[in-house]
Design a binder for this molecule. Structure first.
Ligand SMILES: NC(=O)C1=CN([C@@H]2O[C@H](COP(=O)(O)OP(=O)(O)OC[C@H]3O[C@@H](n4cnc5c(N)ncnc54)[C@H](O)[C@@H]3O)[C@@H](O)[C@H]2O)C=CC1
Ligand SMILES: CC(=O)C(=O)O
Ligand SMILES: [Mg+2]
Length: 377
């Protein structure tokens, strides 16, 4: 199969979908890999390293899209990439379609086989989301701590406090991968940490992991309201796989936060959980202030630590990419329930139930969408 790796074009997105080692894995398995010139530089990989691994460097993104059977990316295609879509093209990347209706429409209209990292499931886990959630979770506490500094627009507190001065309060809504990793760093920084989750078993696990280093609370509207009002730093880490994130923090709740408090909404890639977040921010302009509260809503946080993130992401994606390349999409989708769970659009249909529901499209299971088609390779 011919595999194409365009350079990422989202703001400050320095990750790349393949490493030189991954290129060598594909080549060893008999595939051809085309990489856009300079695509790996942000992650510290030179064109020469890809060539040594057996890849071919192309100057133009357009020829990579046109000549590839499978495009591997990191972030969702942006509107100026939609024209490259064509029937049967395999697109393997993060998609977050519930928050991207125009992208969903383009994928349907052009009958792309769109396979999303974030919904690929193995025994109830999301192994292609986990590594980036680990990165973003850890970053969220680090970034929040910095935004609390006066010079960054914050209220001017140090999360650890000092002897004689109380610690800062970090509230984390959602105790999954992002939430747990945020807690690790926030605890390390010496903050007073509270985690809310709907899942009581998850709260039990967190209690086992962190003991009396954290407070746990069930995620109810009244507990959220009280915790938000007391937070210096609010980290939002809720996920319902594939679905648009629920609005759990209302504008009224944000008005109860003291001036200079900080919100980091990591769940923004699925639409975010905070009512006062009305747009996705970028690494160039990461924050804005509303009701005196600093809001951070960058949807590609790991793009700022690309060396760590590219290696962590590709460690997880490569085994599935190799399956897709070696068997072809149709056989891989039929043969692997995990790959099937990642298929969000195929042959003009939305094939992930939560995405279909949130975008108001009909849901057609991937297996059914594969019937009577000759366009899917
Ligand atoms: N902005 C960025 O750059 C990045 C964003 N993310 C996003 O972060 C979000 C969280 O991801 P993960 O931690 O991997 O998901 P996860 O599935 O590991 O954890 C989500 C947690 O939310 C909990 N939850 C669901 N409904 C809830 C509610 N109403 N109240 C409280 N908790 C609730 C679940 O029980 C679960 O424990 C996702 O949207 C993911 O895409 C991940 C990486 C990078
Ligand atoms: C998960 C995601 O959105 C990211 O890593 O950018
Ligand atoms: Mg996005």
């Amino acid at each position: 199969m011919r595999i194409g790796i365009p350079k990422e074009i989202k703001n400050n997105e320095n990750r790349v979908a393949i490493t030189p080692a991954g290129t060598a894995d594909f080549v060893r398995a008999g595939h051809q890999v085309m990489i856009e010139q300079g695509a790996g530089l942000g992650s510290g990989f030179t064109d020469q390293e890809y060539v040594v691994a057996g890849g071919e460097i192309k100057e133009q993104a357009a020829s990579i899209w046109a000549e590839s059977d499978m495009i591997m990316k990191v972030k969702e295609p942006l509107p100026n990439e939609y024209d490259y879509f064509r029937p049967g093209l395999i697109l393997f990347t993060y998609l977050h379609l519930a928050a991207e209706p125009a992208l969903a429409k383009a994928l349907i209209e052009r009958q792309v086989t769109a396979i999303a990292y974030e919904t690929l499931e193995v025994n109830g886990t999301l192994p292609l989301l986990t590594p980036m959630s680990e990165v973003a979770g850890r970053m969220s506490a680090q970034i929040g701590a910095q935004l609390l500094e006066k010079t960054e627009g914050g209220k001017g507190i140090l999360l650890s406090g000092v002897p004689g001065v109380s610690r800062g309060k970090v509230v984390i809504i959602g105790g999954g991968t992002v939430g747990t990793n945020a807690a690790k760093i926030a605890i390390g920084l010496g903050a007073d940490v509270t985690i809310l989750d709907l899942n009581l078993n998850r709260l039990r696990q967190l209690d086992d992991i962190f003991g009396n280093q954290i407070h746990t609370l069930v995620s109810s509207p009244s507990n959220i309201a009280a915790a938000v009002a007391s937070a210096d730093l609010l980290i939002c880490a809720v996920l319902i796989p594939g679905a648009k994130a629920p609005t759990l923090v209302s504008e009224q709740m944000v008005t109860t936060m003291s001036p200079g408090s900080v919100i980091v909404d990591v769940a923004i890639d699925q639409g975010g959980i905070v009512e006062t977040i009305d747009h996705i921010t970028t690494h160039d302009e990461p924050t804005y202030v509303k009701h005196g509260v600093v809001h951070y809503a960058v949807a590609n946080m790991p793009g700022a630590v690309p060396r760590t993130s590219t290696v962590a992401l590709t460690n997880a994606t490569m085994p599935y990419a190799l399956q897709l390349a070696s068997h072809g999409a149709a056989a891989a989708i039929r043969g692997s329930s995990s790959i099937r769970s990642a298929v969000n659009a195929l042959n003009g249909h939305i094939t992930y139930e939560a995405v279909a529901r949130d975008l108001g499209h009909a849901y057609v299971p991937a297996g059914q969408a594969l019937e009577n088609t000759t366009t899917v390779q």
